[in-house]
Structure formats: C-alpha cells, structure tokens
Design a protein around this ligand. Structure first.
Ligand SMILES: NC(=O)c1ccc[n+]([C@@H]2O[C@H](COP(=O)([O-])OP(=O)(O)OC[C@H]3O[C@@H](n4cnc5c(N)ncnc54)[C@H](OP(=O)(O)O)[C@@H]3O)[C@@H](O)[C@H]2O)c1
Length: 226
C-alpha cells in the first residue's frame, strides 16, 4: 500500500518558495497538530536548512548517535530523506530535531557502498530502491510495509515535489500563501518539472479548504485529482 502524501509549502503569492519572508513559526505551528507518520525531506532542503555543503563532515557525537534510544512506542514521525548520492553526512545534527522518532535514508543501486557503510556505522536505516535515482514509489511501498508508514508530509522544494507530482504519488497540496510578490525567476517554485505540461495535460486540483490566518496569510488546501 502507498502512504497518503501531502505536499506542504510556504509560498509567495507568485508561487515562489524562496526569496520572501516566510512565517516559519506559523508554518511549523500548523503542522505540529497534523497526525502523520513521516516527514519526507529533500536532500537539498536538508543541506540548505543546516547551511551545509554536499558531503560536508562536521564534528559529531558518534557514541550517543549509535546508542540513541529506539522506542517502539514512540509515536513521533520518522524523518525520511532521499539521498542517492550520499550527500548528507551531518546526521548528528538532524537527530537533534525534537519532533522526530528516527531517520530513514532512501538510497538507490547507484549509492556508493562507502556511504551505506557510513550509515551502518551510525545505525541509520536505509532502503535501496531504484537504479540511479530513488524509485520513490517502490521506496514508499517499503516504508509502508516495513515501518507501517501510512501518511507522509513532504517538506521539500520544487524538485522533489515535481518528482512526486509527475509520478502520481502526491494526494494533497497545502500552501501557506504569503502576501508578497517575489518576481525573481531564479527563486524556486513549488513544482519543478522538465516536461512542460501541455495545457490539456496539467495536474488538476480540487479546492477543499481555505482559511485566512494572521498577517493576511492564506492557508489553502487542494486535493490532487488523479
Ligand atoms: N518555502 C517552503 O515551504 C520550502 C520548504 C522546503 C524547502 N524549501 C526550499 O527549497 C529549496 C530546496 O529545494 P530543491 O527543489 O532544490 O530540492 P529538494 O526538493 O529539497 O531536494 C531534491 C530531492 O529530490 C530528489 N530527486 C531529484 N530527482 C529525483 C528523481 N528523478 N527521482 C527521485 N528523487 C529525485 C533528490 O534526491 P537525491 O539526493 O537522491 O538526488 C533530493 O532528495 C531550498 O532553498 C529550501 O530552503 C522551501
């Protein structure tokens, strides 16, 4: 079974996800009440968030990382990260996030063996799915069958959103629309796709919720019509 997948982004009115003053407190305050089993975070989002370069290594407390408590009764969400190229090495810092139960890395057959050993050395679970990139459908089926993950909130940029949308793997889109116009085409948007959809082949949405929050920010939720 495939988990239910919710894309969630803070955006400017012109659909950019960077280059404006996102209300981060509001963004996380809203999702803290959602009942989800996992957060799927793009590797670029992780690196940007931690201000790290791909492959960067920082000081880590390996002993407490390896001996961390794994409580089967823990109901907090997993953090799941596709990282087929083995770019993230600062796992110690990610485990300091308060909201997560444990981390699962999604790799592919192209992921260097050395990186898989790096993860094993930190007792971090990984799933191998796909040849070059991660086969997200196959990986999600495994997340469901092995870890019981039934619902996923995606915290990523337009690249991972794009792969999920084009693969028919996303079920809902939630946006926090901020009253700002960015206007810069170099700033990222919520949906990046190599294939420009012809007009009659766009992804269709159904509005299910709209709510004005503080400071003229709109929370809008659409179901994705499949
Ligand atoms: N405003 C918001 O709500 C918000 C939220 C999150 C992030 N952001 C911003 O978004 C930016 C990062 O976004 P981004 O779009 O550059 O990257 P991203 O979505 O964070 O990362 C790209 C992810 O897509 C995976 N991927 C790429 N091609 C794939 C394919 N063909 N099949 C399967 N997986 C594939 C990559 O996996 P591999 O590593 O395996 O290639 C990687 O994990 C940052 O600036 C961040 O601050 C904004």
């Amino acid at each position: 079974m495939l988990p239910h997948v919710i894309l969630y982004n803070a955006v400017s009115l012109d659909g950019r996800i960077t280059g404006f003053n996102a209300d981060i407190e509001l963004y996380y305050d809203l999702v803290s009440k959602w009942d989800i089993d996992a957060v799927l975070m793009g590797s670029n989002t992780v690196l940007t968030g931690l201000g790290a370069e791909p492959g960067e290594i920082r000081e880590e407390d390996l002993e407490s990382l390896v001996n961390r408590e794994k409580d089967p009764e823990d109901l907090r969400p997993f953090l799941v990260i596709p990282d087929s190229k083995g770019q993230i090495r600062i796992w110690d810092e990610l485990f300091k996030m308060p909201y997560l139960r444990d981390i699962i890395v999604l790799c592919s057959k192209a992921t260097p063996e050395e990186y898989l050993d790096f993860l094993k050395g930190r007792d971090i679970d990984y799933i191998i799915a796909g040849e070059k990139y991660v086969d997200l459908k196959g990986a999600m089926e495994r997340l469901n069958s092995k870890y019981g993950i039934r619902s996923i909130r995606v915290d990523s940029g337009g690249i991972l959103n794009g792969v999920l949308l084009n693969g028919g793997l996303a079920d809902e889109i939630h946006l926090l629309i901020h009253p700002e116009l960015v206007g810069n085409i170099n700033e990222s948007s919520i949906f990046i796709s190599n294939d420009l959809n012809p007009l009659n082949n766009t992804i269709k949405l159904k509005l299910v919720h709209i709510n004005k929050l503080k400071d003229d920010i709109i929370w809008i939720k659409y179901d994705i019509i499949k």
